[in-house]
Every structure is written in C-alpha cells, then in structure tokens.
Design a protein around this ligand. Structure first.
Ligand code: PGA
Length: 252
C-alpha cells in the first residue's frame, strides 16, 4: 500500500499551549476516520516538539518532525540543534532545504548536501525541499534548477538503507504562502521530472521515494492534487495552522 504523507509545517507559529491544543483537536477530528494509507506529519517549532510528541502519545498514523537542524553531533554552535537532540525528543524526521531556509537564511547547495547526509546518517528521516523561483520558471530553467538542487543535495548518498529514509517535497517558490497553487499540469510535470531524476541518481529504490507537493495547498484543492501520478502527499503551511481546515486536507 503506498502511503500519502500529509505534512503540516507550522513555521514560526504557535506557543506550546497552542500547539498542544491544535494537535488535540486534530486527533479528535481525525479519530477513527484516518485511512490506513495516510500518515500525518506534524512539524512544529522546536519549542513545541516535546509537547506535540506527548499529546500524540501512542496514536498511530501520526509522527513529529523538525523544521531544521545543524549537521554536527555537538559542539560550539550557539543557537543550533543536532539530529541526536531531535531524536531524543521523539522527533523522527526533519525538513532540509525549505525555500525559506534557502532564501531568508542563505543556505546553499553545499550546506544542504551536508545536512541531508548527516541527518540521514544519524537516523533522521529527511524531507528534502526543492523548487524553482518565478524567474527561473519564466526563463525556462525549471528542470535545470530542480536537477541542480537534487544532484547537489543527494550526490553523497549511496547507501540504499539510508536513501529509504528520504522523501522529497516539490514546492515552487512562487506558490508558497501566496495563495497561488500550481496547476495540476505543472505539478504533474514537475513530479514526473523529479521521479526521473531520482532514477538517474539512485540505481534502485527511486520509485519508493515519496514526493510531496507544497505551495498553497488548501481543503479546496487537495482532491485535485492527491490523485496525480507521482504525488505521494502534501506539505502544507498556512492551511495547516487550524486543526479544522487541516483535518479536511488530511481526510480529503
Ligand atoms: P503554504 O506553505 O502552504 O503556506 O504555501 C507551504 C510551505 O512553506 O511548506
């Protein structure tokens, strides 16, 4: 059974109490209704991870991830958090390469490649986010951009056991937080291209790597996105903040 991953990226929103309340509400709205082929991934700010893990408890179909980490075991890196610290909190996965990390915090290809391989080696599942800007798309650089982001971030990973903990998220930068969702044709085209690039990078196992779509996903467009070929779930920002709306996405 192929799983669909329904991920909620809460970015820098929600105090611990708010995160707990949203999680509790989401658990109750999806109780007994969550299909066996759906996995809900909650990605709160660092400060709420422990509370969300505790609120979920032993409920199946839910896991918790982090929005970021630093690729070192420990050391003098003021303000940073290691993969080991996240695993210790009950976090099982983390995002790498989200467009806000790339653009606001200037994380470049080499640094992102280090994060992907270090995070995987230390036992985290990794969701690598890629996507083109509007200018890159207008200049016909969609495939060049995605290909560069994929090969640079994944070139250091050959061990298939490690690769089996990898997911991708295709998020066109111009669709993130703008209300502008990519058309189903654009999404289908990009996801097919990502799949073919994954097959070039990994000699086997590329078919099993989930590819999520992100960028203005809402309850109103989820039913068009999920059935598309090579779409294995969604990464949702704004529309994941309210439990009621996100539950409609999760169950949609
Ligand atoms: P959005 O964000 O759903 O608000 O567009 C998506 C994301 O940043 O992952």
């Amino acid at each position: 059974m192929t799983k669909q991953f329904m991920a909620a990226n809460w970015k820098m929103f929600k105090t611990r109490q708010e995160a707990e309340e949203t999680t509790r509400e989401l658990l109750s709205l999806t109780a007994t209704k969550l299909p066996g082929d759906r996995e809900v991934l909650l990605i709160p700010p660092f400060t709420s991870i422990a509370a969300v893990v505790e609120t979920i408890g032993s409920r199946t179909g839910f896991s918790v991830g982090a929005q970021n980490f630093y690729p070192a075991e420990s050391g003098a890196y003021t303000g940073e958090i290691s993969p080991g610290m996240l695993l210790d909190l009950g976090c099982s996965f983390a995002l790498v390469g989200h467009s806000e990390r790339r653009h606001l915090f200037h994380e470049g290809d080499d640094f992102l490649a280090r994060k992907v391989s270090f995070g995987l080696e230390k036992g985290l599942k990794i969701i690598l986010c890629i996507g083109e800007t509007l200018n890159q798309r207008k200049e016909g650089l969609l495939e060049t951009t995605l290909s560069r982001q994929l090969t640079s971030a994944l070139s250091g990973i050959s061990n298939l056991d490690i690769a089996s903990r990898l997911s991708l998220a295709y998020e066109p930068v111009w669709a993130i937080g703008t209300g502008e969702v990519a058309g189903t044709e654009d999404i289908g085209e990009a996801h097919n291209f990502v799949r073919s690039e994954l097959k070039n990078i990994f000699s086997r196992g590329a078919e099993e790597i989930p590819i999520l779509y992100g960028g203005s996903v809402k309850p109103g467009n989820i039913s068009e996105i999920i059935p598309l070929d090579n779409v294995d779930g969604v990464l949702v920002g704004g529309a994941s903040l309210q439990a009621e709306g996100f539950s409609r996405i999760v169950l949609g």
